[in-house]
Every structure is written in C-alpha cells, then in structure tokens.
Design a protein around this ligand. Structure first.
Ligand code: F6P
Length: 539
C-alpha cells in the first residue's frame, strides 16, 4: 500500500489522540452533516494532512470513476459479471429508466405490485382460504433475505401501522420454528418465502416444514396457494414449490442479497410499516445516494468513514470494528452490518486475482448500548487491543421517558471520551491518594486501574430514528463498504467463501442419514466423523 501513508501511520501510532485537540477547531473541522445525519470523527487518530493523503490516494485509485461505474450499471461484480444497482430500487423512475431502459418496466411494475399487495393484505381485500383477513405474516429467509427486514422491523416498531403481525424465521434450528408457529394460527397466516436462489437449504427446509404445518392445521392442498407468496430470482423453483405465478415477486441479479431490502425482499417490512413509511425508508437512502454521488471528498460522509476505516484497518492495523448503537431500536444493526461488511469485504484476493498484501474488512461486532458497557467494554478499556468504534445515537426519542434518553446520551458520550482519554498510572495514583488511600495501597492497586485510552471512534447522530433516517443510515454504511472494497481493489459483491461450508454440510448430512459410508466421506476428517458418530449414537 501507499508508502507515504505507511510512513504517516508509523508516526500516528506513537501519538495521543487527545493531543490533537490542541487545535481548538478540531471538533468543528472533523465533523460533517449529510441526509440529516451528523458525523463527528474528531476522536479518530488522524490529522488533516493524513486525511488529505488518503484522499489523494483514493483519487489516484480512481475512486470517483469507480463510483460512477457502479451507479451507471457497469458489471463491477467481476466474478459473476453482474452490475450492482440496488441503489436504483430507491431512485426515481426517471433514473431507473435511464439506466435500465425497458428493464425498468419490471422494476416499476414490481413496486406497484408490492403497493397493491400491501394494501390488499392490510385492507383484507385478499384473504385466507376461509375468507378471513390475514392476521399474521411469516417471512422465511436467511442472510440478505432476512437481516435487512429484521433490522428495519426492530428499528421501526413504532411505525407499524397495521394490526397484521409480521414474523421472521431464518435459522434452521427446530426451536426457532416452534417458537414462531406456536404464536400463529395457520388459518390466518400468510407465508412469504424469500430466497434469491431458491436453493438455500435452511430456507427451503423451513419453508417445507411450514407448508406441512399449514396442511396439518386446516389449510387444504387446494387452498394452500392462497397462503403462499415468494420473492426470488428463480420463479420456476417457486412454482414447483407450490406458489402461484401471480404471487411470485421477482429479484434481479443486479441486486446483491445483502443489499436487497429495497426490493420485494422488503415486503415483510412494507406489510408492517405500510408503503408510505417503506417509501420514506427508500427516500432516506436515496438522499444519501445523492450526497454520496455529488459531495466532494472532504464533505462526503461515506467516503470519510471509508477512508478512516481503511486508515484504522490497513494502516494502523486495528483488526476489529465495534458498532455500538446507543438505541434499543437499533439493537439488530450490528448483526446486519456483520453480513453487509464482512460478507462484502472479508476477502484477501484482488479483483484481478492477485493475493492482497494488506488487511481488508475488520471483524465487526457490537450490541446496543448501554448493554455493551456490561459486556465487552472492559476489554476495550484495559486490554492491549485498540478497537475503533462507531457510536450511533439519536438526539430525540419518541419514548415517554425523556430523562432516560439523557442518561443514554451521557453514557454514549462518556464511553467515547473514556476510550480516547484513558487514565494513566500517575492520574490513578493521584486520584487514589486524593481519596485518602495510603501510598502503599495506592501503588499496589494503581496498575490495575489504568486504562490505555487512545481508542478512536466516530459518533453518528440521528435527529430522530424514523424510516427516512434509517434509510440514510443503511445507505451510508452500504456506500462506506463499497468505497472500502473499491480502494482495497476487491470485489465486494460476490461471496464464494460460503460455498465450501454448504458443500461439506451435504457430506455430513449424507453420513448422518446413512446415505454414504464413512469410508466414502473422504473430505471429512476423523474428528468430524467421530463427532458425527456421537450424534448418531445419541438418537
Ligand atoms: O450468506 C450467503 C448467502 O448467499 C447470502 O449472500 C444471501 O443473502 C443468503 O445466503 C441467502 O441466499 P438466498 O436469498 O438465495 O436464499
């Protein structure tokens, strides 16, 4: 990677972030607004010169051209020879037509079908086989066919407009299935199978078991299709599953799974919050798209976050990123980002096939604040590992407990400050002595109470959490991740790394089901075979 940046990073690692605040205008200079979000990045371990050097590096790597290539529909997903155009799903029809030409007709028609379907279900215009309104929707999907809806449903619970309850089923664990089905009445449940490939084993097993549950609980074979919808790019497979053609909504290969919540994959969300709120969600994302495409690098929130993330990961060599939403409604956001970030950029081969010589995606983890303070913040304050952190919090809350929001906000700001400042041995000794502790005890305890500090963080403020700001937040991270992949020279839009596990699970299952002899399971180690035998002995 860039020699100048390597040299600058060497110097940066030996510097205290707190010392950078001798520049009294730092908080003003290292913050910016976009699409109603406010980003403070002044607690990052970076100077103006270093940030400018990163921008020069990005320009040399033709970042502007790469952004234009994505939005113009070039096949930037080079291993699958696909365009990456999920942004079009939230763009005006004129932009859709400009890029997709006559293919835009299906996109626009699908949006209209979603709108009609949501209205029909919520108004009871389409009903169950026994002519009742649907009371519940059960959406079955995993990965990108799950996380976007899961996160947005948690975040926008206050915006649920209908009395139709939406449930999501993702994991193949039978307990997950039971937990959902015991809440449901088959007679009034609408099932949506969401799978871009319609081959994902967990989704198909869950879907088949739910189909059997419908049939076992009063829904006749003849009436079954009234209870089934599908969202997929393989409609033939959905037809074979038993979904009527008019109940299949399309997905397109230019929409990656982890970027698909803007498509009909978002149908469960739209059924919960209504089309007006779903369109506001898309509008917020589109506002961030416009900002991303037109703001200069120095004012560009996704680019700034991306460059700082690369600075921390590839130059300062910090291996992880903590995402800490101090907002209960955003509690699923770290999990959503684990797929969006790590499945996009968790790679070590460049687009041209060369082995990379630098680190790429960080290990993303996190949970809602303040819970994290009672879980992993001890490590973040007192281990030797520096873990850059994104704090996310809204300034206002719809909660009736306004005083709670003050406490939540105070903890969020305090944690960012404590991670940056730390507490030196001298400071600890001085404090213990001032509290009346004798010198011997103070000297004994002090090493255990020091904190390293110098942990960089972003603080992202939302005016309030609503469909529009959530859409902007999703798009902000989508574009940050895109920029990082572009600069790391990797393809952020395939996911070949998940294939081997899928293939080996087939071998294990065949052994478990005695369809093959252990001797023919040549790809499995003796460890796995012994564990499989333990399972077989247990049943
Ligand atoms: O995690 C692997 C993956 O292929 C994701 O990229 C995708 O979102 C998920 O599995 C589900 O795939 P599908 O929507 O085809 O069922």
């Amino acid at each position: 990677m860039d020699n100048l940046l390597q040299l600058l990073a060497f110097e940066a690692k030996n510097r205290a972030i707190s010392d950078l605040f001798t520049h009294l205008d730092r908080a003003d200079k290292f913050s910016l607004s976009a699409a109603d979000l406010y980003l403070d990045f002044s607690k990052q371990n970076i100077t103006e010169d270093e940030l400018n050097a990163l921008m020069v590096w990005a320009k040399d790597l033709k970042l502007t051209e790469k952004i234009q290539a994505m939005f113009s529909g070039e096949p930037i997903n080079n291993t699958e020879n696909r365009a990456v155009l999920h942004t079009l799903l939230r763009a005006p029809a004129s932009q859709q037509r400009a890029i997709l030409a006559d293919k835009a007709d299906e996109v626009i028609a699908t949006e209209k079908r979603m709108e009609v379907l949501v209205d029909d279900v919520l108004q009871g215009k389409i009903c169950t086989a026994t002519n009742k309104r649907f009371t519940d929707v059960l959406a079955i999907g995993i990965g990108g066919s799950f996380y976007g809806c899961k996160t947005a449903l948690s975040a926008l619970n206050d915006y649920c407009v209908s009395d139709v309850k939406v449930h999501l089923l993702s994991n193949v664990d039978g307990h997950a299935m039971t937990q959902k089905l015991t809440q449901l009445n088959a007679e009034t449940t609408l099932v949506i199978v969401i799978s871009k490939t319609f081959t994902t084993q967990e989704t198909l097993l869950n879907a088949n078991s739910v189909k059997q549950w419908l049939l076992a609980n009063g829904v006749t074979q003849h009436a079954l299709a009234k209870h089934l919808l599908a969202v997929t790019s393989h409609s033939q497979k959905a037809l074979e599953f038993g979904v009527n053609a008019e109940n299949i909504l399309p997905m397109w290969d230019w929409v990656g799974g982890r970027f698909s919540v803007w498509s009909a994959v978002g149908l469960p969300l739209a059924l919960a919050i209504g089309m007006e709120n779903f369109n506001a969600f898309k509008q917020g994302a589109w506002q961030m798209d416009e900002h991303f495409q037109h703001a200069s690098f120095t004012e560009n929130m996704p680019i700034i976050m991306a460059l700082i993330g690369i600075w921390n990961r590839s130059f300062l060599s910090y291996p992880a990123l903590a995402v800490l939403p101090y907002n209960h409604a955003l509690r699923a956001f770290p999990g959503y980002l684990q797929q969006t970030d790590m499945e996009s950029n968790g790679k070590s081969v460049a687009q041209n096939g060369d082995k990379l010589t630098y680190a790429t995606a960080p290990i993303v983890f996190g949970q809602e604040g303040t819970n994290g303070q009672h879980a992993f913040m001890q490590l973040m304050h007192q281990s030797d590992d520096i873990i850059p952190t994104d704090f996310i919090i809204s300034l206002t809350t719809t909660s009736q407990y306004q005083d709670h929001q003050q406490v939540l906000f105070a903890h969020c700001i305090a944690q960012a400050e404590a991670l940056m400042q730390g507490k030196s041995l001298d400071q600890v000794i001085t404090q213990l002595l001032s509290e009346g502790m004798n010198e011997q005890e103070a000297l004994r305890l002090a090493p255990h109470k020091t904190m390293k500090g110098n942990t960089p963080s972003n603080t992202l403020l939302l005016k309030q959490l609503d469909p529009t700001s959530l859409g902007a937040l999703f798009a902000l991270y989508e574009h940050k991740i895109f920029v990082q992949g572009a600069l790391w020279q990797i393809n952020s839009f395939d996911q070949w790394g998940v294939e081997l596990g899928k293939q080996l699970s087939g071998d294990v299952l065949a052994l478990l089901q005695n369809k093959i002899a252990p001797s023919s399971a040549t790809q499995l180690s003796s460890s796995s075979k012994k564990l499989i035998q333990q399972f077989k002995n247990s049943v």
